[in-house]
Design a protein around this ligand. Structure first.
Ligand code: ATP
Ligand code: ZN
Length: 283
């Protein structure tokens, strides 16, 4: 069976987490900053390091079989690729923003206005959806300075914390598209068994990241109050303690409602709660 090739970002915001997720899948490879391609020693995969903008096109053309890239970049490229798995990192939102003192109040106020962006395709689709006719000005970098320079009335750019907008006298106005990193594949690859194996490993890694292994002690009389709060992978493991009338409960809980759950467990009589990270969960 031929090795698959996966393209990931060479350097930038997605590089480190892309490398990390592959390593957490148990793949062993050298991560030389200078090389364009590296082989995985223990899995039939080669890794290509590219600029993120090139990844959707490479996957569409089959130069790479798979890629890890932001949804914003996929949409902007309009490449025909399969969405295989959301990866939960690189989260950001493409937003419209306007100067703090702008008279623009509603989306329709954008009619006839100039909007600077590096994402003309996504912005055009968004404006079309709302029947807005604006002048889209393509700017490749530092989009946020363009209203201050008199080049545009608004911008459409990626925002994660909003700090850059604020320091340029801008305020967010509307969300255009949310994005996160996603595993894409070339069309027709969906049933490939190397891909299926990789996806299974990625799912295990993602699930483990969202959950914690919890061990706690509880008096038997409080056991059912504690276990009803726990809906682990299956049911909790209960082990007797040396001290008569006490047991240890082992289970897995999700990161989401973690603090709320821990407080409720304590209130229900749980003691000596130990929380541990999980490396992988194989379902
Ligand atoms: P390259 O050199 O590979 O072309 P780049 O400069 O275009 O890199 P980065 O800034 O590294 O791209 O961002 C890569 C991706 O990270 C973005 O396309 C987006 O999906 C995601 N991302 C997450 N948070 C942010 C953010 N605050 N600003 C920009 N991109 C972000
Ligand atoms: Zn880029």
């Amino acid at each position: 069976m031929k090795n698959l090739k996966i393209a990931i970002q060479k350097s930038g915001r997605l590089n480190e987490k892309s490398v990390q997720i592959l390593k957490n899948c148990g793949l062993v490879f050298e991560n030389y900053k200078s090389s364009l391609i590296t082989s995985v020693a223990n899995f039939p995969l080669e890794i290509l390091f590219l600029r993120d903008d090139d990844i959707p096109g490479y996957v569409e053309q089959g130069i790479a079989d798979l890629g890890i890239v932001g949804e914003n970049v996929i949409d902007e490229s309009e490449a025909q690729v399969s969405y295989i798995k959301r990866l939960g990192f690189g989260k950001c939102t493409l937003k419209l923003a306007i100067p703090k003192d702008s008279t623009i109040e509603d989306l329709k106020d954008l009619n006839g206005k100039a909007i600077a962006t590096s994402y003309p395709v996504i912005l055009k689709n968004f404006l079309d959806e709302y029947n807005i006719n604006a002048d889209i000005r393509l700017i490749s970098g530092s989009v946020e300075i363009s209203p201050g320079l008199g080049l545009s009335d608004a911008i459409c750019d990626i925002v994660s914390t909003g700090g850059t907008l604020k320091s340029n006298g801008l305020k967010p106005f509307a969300d255009v598209r949310r994005s996160e990193a996603i595993l894409i594949g070339r069309k027709g690859l969906e049933d490939n068994h190397i891909l299926c194996e990789l996806v299974q490993r990625i799912e295990s890694v993602l699930m483990a990241k969202e959950t914690k292994y919890v061990v706690l002690n509880v008096e038997k009389k409080n056991l059912s109050a504690v276990t009803t709060l726990l809906h682990g992978v299956k049911s909790p493991t209960i082990v007797p303690l040396a001290e008569e009338g006490w047991v240890a409960v082992h289970t897995v809980i999700s990161e989401d409602d973690f603090w709320e759950k821990i407080n409720r467990l304590k209130a229900a009589g749980a003691q000596g709660i130990v929380v541990m990270p999980i490396e992988k969960i194989i379902m």
